[in-house]
Design a protein around this ligand. Sequence first.
Ligand SMILES: Cc1cc2nc3c(=O)[nH]c(=O)nc-3n(C[C@H](O)[C@H](O)[C@H](O)COP(=O)(O)OP(=O)(O)OC[C@H]3O[C@@H](n4cnc5c(N)ncnc54)[C@H](O)[C@@H]3O)c2cc1C
Length: 476
Amino acid sequence: VNTERIVATTLSVLLERIVPALEAIVTPAQVLLSSHDDFAKYGSDETEDLVFLPDIVVRPETTEQVSEILKLCYREKVPITPRGGGTGLSGGALPVRGGVVLSLERMNKILEIDKENFFARVQPGVITQTFQETVEAEGLFYPPDPASRGSCTIGGNLAEGAGGPRALKYGVTKDYVHGVEAVLPQGDIVRFGGKLLKDVVGYSVLGLLIGSEGTLAVITEATLRLISLPGYRRTLLVPFTDMAAAARTVPAIMRRGIVPCALEFMEKACIKAIEVHREMKIQHSDAAAQLLIEVDGNDETQLEQELEVIAEECEKENALEVFVAETTAKQNEVWEMRRSAGEAVKSISAYKEEDTVVPRARLPELVEGIHEIAHRWGISIISYGHAGDGNIHCNILKRDLDDGYWNEVLPKAIEEIFRLTVRLGGTISGEHGIGFSQKRYLPIALGHAEIELMKHLKNTFDPLGLLNPGKIFPDS
Ligand SMILES: Cc1cc2nc3c(=O)[nH]c(=O)nc-3n(C[C@H](O)[C@H](O)[C@H](O)COP(=O)(O)OP(=O)(O)OC[C@H]3O[C@@H](n4cnc5c(N)ncnc54)[C@H](O)[C@@H]3O)c2cc1C
């Protein structure tokens, strides 16, 4: 990660040399400078209030253009940061060293849906929900469903190794990627995998690229596995008087041999924030926590039996009610509520979101531990997330704390939360990545040897440290 080797390039040199060359590659309209109306949006994503403006934004349409752009930046030693939908929660798409933002938004075509082989080929800028709805219209199913699916992209999902509520039953993005085309920092185009269910030729570079957070290569095409769309689903919302009871219900359901397709957790403060943000009333909003549980499949009778077992387990933990969303409209309403949790909580005040993950059975200890830490430091933490995966997003809120106390206490509280997570057998990010905002905490999760190995890999791909610099490694 030789960021020190990046030769400082002044803006005037950039404009003089790079801009005309970029314009020749993609047309002048697709090279944006600071005077452009849309320019500012490329300086931030959904991570807190971080802003790092690029010097130039370029929006290619083809893999060949991406390759030419990377060759040019490498030759001129200009940092370049790939960007998808800009919904990242660890600052991965922020151009923290300036230079060029490479926006993949115009590479947004679904190239092929192969119904014979159950695969699709897509460009990286396709919006995840658009892709899901397109394959569902064909009776097919692409399960990975980050809550941001309406605005994140497939390229961003691959780069972050995105998960989502359905990961519990169906797995995460990496479980569906069977082929990639990518451009290396020096401009070479590489392809790995394809419409294959088996492929063990050489190292799994494909596996390495998924979750590489835009630091090793730019993904320009993905071959994604599809499955059959399940015919039925049932959605439940269950309030509990005791947060630990809600957390205990999660492994209890699984122990009964049921794998829900989603098992989401929202604590009371989260529900209250949604009520305020969406100006709506949620039943039992004074309950300590609520679980959103969904089962799906093709056998309606079996689903009804599963619902009974789930209700039994919830009642054992004194659930206040087991609300079944009877219609598709009601199901969508429940999901809209859950998907708005992040936005609702973050609208309260300045915040820092953490993406803790532990083995599922340790969840009650994590939830209790986070509350104990919050109480001890006198700070407010609101948690929600993918309880079935042991993956809880805890938002530390500034509320009316003064800046001095907030700046002093925040890193200490985060460190304690992460140390607790690791003690419970977990790690510091389940799906949001390390990016820029979490890099100082990397050594809590990984040892010296592991970090050095990763740095060697980065150096092999990107000897000048120009592709998405300032990410993942604490000293980057
Ligand atoms: C309300 C909300 C809910 C969310 N819910 C979830 C959730 O349930 N599960 C989850 O996993 N995440 C979730 N996220 C986080 C975020 O949406 C995901 O990380 C998503 O995968 C980012 O995709 P993007 O297209 O917005 O990527 P960006 O934010 O644009 O970029 C993310 C990273 O990917 C890199 N990148 C983007 N495109 C490429 C490419 N083509 N080639 C190489 N690198 C690339 C960037 O450099 C950056 O490092 C949520 C975010 C929000 C705001």
